[in-house]
Write a protein that binds this ligand. Structure first.
Ligand SMILES: *[C@@H]1O[C@H](CO)[C@@H](O)[C@H](O)[C@H]1NC(C)=O
Ligand SMILES: *[C@@H]1O[C@H](CO)[C@@H](O)[C@H](O)[C@H]1NC(C)=O
Ligand SMILES: *[C@@H]1O[C@H](CO)[C@@H](O)[C@H](O)[C@H]1NC(C)=O
Ligand SMILES: *[C@@H]1O[C@H](CO)[C@@H](O)[C@H](O)[C@H]1NC(C)=O
Ligand SMILES: *[C@@H]1O[C@H](CO)[C@@H](O)[C@H](O)[C@H]1NC(C)=O
Ligand SMILES: *[C@@H]1O[C@H](CO)[C@@H](O)[C@H](O)[C@H]1NC(C)=O
Ligand SMILES: *[C@@H]1O[C@H](CO)[C@@H](O)[C@H](O)[C@H]1NC(C)=O
Ligand SMILES: *[C@@H]1O[C@H](CO)[C@@H](O)[C@H](O)[C@H]1NC(C)=O
Ligand SMILES: *[C@@H]1O[C@H](CO)[C@@H](O)[C@H](O)[C@H]1NC(C)=O
Ligand SMILES: *[C@@H]1O[C@H](CO)[C@@H](O)[C@H](O)[C@H]1NC(C)=O
Ligand SMILES: *[C@@H]1O[C@H](CO)[C@@H](O)[C@H](O)[C@H]1NC(C)=O
Length: 546
């Protein structure tokens, strides 16, 4: 029964997506070249806006099980739960009030503001760290408010934070994008325009040392070397905007106390409000993504080139997404942005940007999911989430060092095609093919009725060691790049409406395809605006008996 349903759907897919003329030869090396990217555990991680963390996680009497299920789905592929950084602009607008009973009280300047102008949080805020099983966090603290009263409020929060987060804390973070403080701040918290890297480092060291002293009193185990660690400096690292340089900040002695867990940077590919932003030109464009990621890789390489920079201190992204300013409607929330996410994440992984916390917030356009119903956005799994799942599936179980992949971007000549290979223990493990040619299902893309959606056929020249091997295929598909719903990975939907974010296998989507590598390699057709993951290791998505 299942078998014939599968054959039928495979046949209907073949006629709906006729093979078009375009084809691309992908030459896949026998081994990963030296310097190929090696992701850290939980490469697929999230950053959640501090003010919206209670929306995402709920609290101990009302845990958000939908969010929990979505995190669990990633673990199915990656072996452990994504790390959650709780921070962002609002961490730097937050004041701890020990007598407040509400978890957080947000003050908005207008009903349509994406973020509160400021917020206060109380001891019950920390309940939200206990709603998702086996989840580890980065807790964000306010560096921006540097009055004596604000410093005291921060230090007052430490006993509550450490008691709550003991055993679940990956690292602390002090300050969000401090390299933009001078440009954007109002009077009270402003740093002078002359604020330089040395002044920043001295302020950061001063306050982190005060926090350590507070821990020595309240949670001495968490003040010890190796337990007391930071995500820093968490700069926007924005070309043309940042007043502080990451390399100069390192050389000014940021790690004088040797307590950096990672060197964390932020990165967005574009800015939602900038003119000329489009899905095809800005996001579904491998050339544009390469330029953007190269800027980031340059920062990482420049840091690693400093004599004092330890070779084992990872460079990661603690925050980022497609388009800064919470994303653009019609672009950041679309399936095209999910395909961008696959391309950008794997490109970063290939360049040793070793973890990416994709940023989330209630009502944001680029969110992977909306955790609650609001007047502006319906609770639900959003298209970009499926990109996170596909990346996790490609990287596989990262908890097992013996299975850790090396990731390689395979150069292709078109802006609109991207390909990646992963190797485990020197053997080709997986290939990801991303066809970034825009197909706008709403507009019909002006395709003719006999050829509703184009495709690209990839001729894969695989290593000879793959000859005779059978590979399984998992597809990331939707009706078009503009789709904001109806997305599946490997035939599964994770929609809220179906089963609260748990995987639900849809019967109307093809899965279980296999490919066999012959002497001439193998070939696969990928519809425009979709991706295909080819697994040689038979580990994921194999359909027994097919
Ligand atoms: C816990 O969440 C529920 C539902 O959002 C809310 O009514 C309650 O006030 C929250 N508890 C605290 C302590 O914030
Ligand atoms: C908080 O934000 C509101 C609204 O923008 C503003 O009126 C108020 O002054 C702010 N409070 C503080 C302490 O900054
Ligand atoms: C806050 O920062 C300003 C500018 O760097 C500095 O002059 C002031 O001393 C700082 N205040 C505190 C309490 O650290
Ligand atoms: C160091 O921190 C203390 C409070 O913890 C503050 O009073 C002092 O002004 C800070 N100094 C600098 C240079 O930031
Ligand atoms: C902790 O690390 C610092 C380096 O920052 C070192 O000077 C100190 O001796 C270490 N303490 C212990 C107890 O190992
Ligand atoms: C892709 O981006 C590059 C670099 O920004 C640009 O030159 C090119 O025109 C873009 N391609 C498309 C199809 O928009
Ligand atoms: C980073 O970019 C700068 C400016 O384009 C260049 O001078 C430098 O060599 C690059 N550094 C690395 C490590 O690629
Ligand atoms: C898709 O097509 C529709 C209808 O023409 C249009 O409104 C929309 O802006 C298009 N979306 C994108 C991302 O190009
Ligand atoms: C489709 O594209 C052709 C060629 O660019 C153009 O002449 C025609 O007007 C387009 N049709 C629609 C419905 O947009
Ligand atoms: C996708 O397209 C199919 C076939 O045209 C249609 O039945 C289905 O409703 C579409 N799904 C979405 C989410 O638009
Ligand atoms: C497949 O089935 C789901 C759930 O019944 C439905 O929402 C979706 O529109 C269908 N997709 C297509 C492409 O027909």
């Amino acid at each position: 029964m299942q078998y014939s349903a599968l054959l039928l759907s495979a046949a209907s897919v073949a006629s709906a997506w006729p093979a078009q003329k375009p084809s691309t030869t992908v030459s896949i090396p026998n081994n990963a070249p030296a310097g190929a990217g090696v992701p850290l555990e939980n490469f697929v991680s999230f950053s959640i806006e501090f003010s919206y963390f209670p929306d995402y996680a709920g609290n101990t009497s009302n845990p958000n099980t939908f969010s929990s299920n979505l995190l669990e789905n990633i673990k199915t592929y990656s072996g452990s739960k994504p790390y959650i950084r709780v921070g962002g602009s609002s961490q730097d607008n937050a004041l701890f009030v020990p007598t407040q009973t509400e978890g957080a009280i947000l003050t908005f300047a207008s009903a349509t503001a994406d973020q509160p102008s400021n917020l206060t949080y109380g001891p019950n805020f920390f309940q939200s760290y206990h709603t998702w099983p086996q989840t580890t966090f980065v807790h964000g603290l306010n560096l921006k408010y540097n009055t004596t009263a604000a410093h005291q409020a921060l230090l007052d929060s430490i006993p509550y934070a450490c008691a709550s987060l003991r055993g679940q804390l990956l690292a602390w973070e002090l300050g969000n994008e401090a390299d933009l403080y001078a440009a954007f701040l109002g009077s009270a918290e402003s740093r002078p325009a002359s604020c330089n890297e040395a002044a920043y480092v001295s302020e950061w060291l001063n306050l982190t040392r005060s926090i350590r002293s507070a821990l020595q009193t309240s949670c001495p185990d968490m003040a010890k070397n190796g337990s007391f660690e930071w995500y820093a400096p968490s700069f926007a690292a924005s070309q043309g905007l940042s007043e502080l340089d990451q390399v100069k900040t390192w050389n000014a002695g940021l790690d004088a106390d040797q307590d950096l867990k990672v060197f964390a940077s932020h990165h967005y590919q574009g800015v939602a409000t900038n003119p000329g932003i489009s899905l095809q030109g800005t996001l579904m464009n491998h050339t544009a993504t390469i330029a953007s990621v190269n800027y980031l890789a340059n920062q990482s390489n420049s840091l690693h080139a400093q004599p004092s920079y330890p070779s084992d201190l990872p460079f990661i992204l603690g925050e980022g997404n497609s388009l800064a300013r919470q994303g653009a409607p019609g672009l950041s929330n679309s399936f095209g942005a999910a395909l961008w996410g696959v391309d950008a994440n794997l490109l970063m992984a290939s360049k040793n940007i070793r973890r990416f916390h994709m940023h989330q917030g209630t009502n944001y356009r680029y969110q992977a999911w909306q955790p609650i119903n609001t007047a502006r956005v319906t609770k639900g799994t959003k298209a970009p989430y499926y990109g996170n799942v596909a990346v996790a599936a490609f990287l596989g179980d990262l908890t097992n060092a013996a299975k850790c992949p090396q990731v390689v971007n395979l150069p292709l000549s078109s802006d609109l095609q991207a390909a990646y290979a992963s190797y485990i223990n020197g053997q080709l493990s997986k290939i990801m093919l991303i066809n970034l040619q825009d197909f706008n299902a709403t507009a019909g893309n002006n395709y003719t009725s006999t050829s509703p959606r184009g495709s690209n056929t990839y001729s894969l020249q695989v290593p000879s060691s793959c000859n005779g091997k059978t590979a399984s295929v998992q597809r990331l598909v939707a009706n078009g790049s503009d789709a904001v719903t109806g997305v599946t990975f490997d035939g599964y939907s994770y929609n809220y409406e179906l089963d609260n974010g748990k995987p639900v296998l849809l019967r109307n989507v093809t899965r279980g395809e296999t490919l066999r590598a012959g002497w001439g390699g193998m070939s696969i057709t990928v519809p425009d605006s979709s991706a295909a993951l080819i697994n040689f290791d038979g580990k994921s998505g194999g359909w027994a008996g097919w």
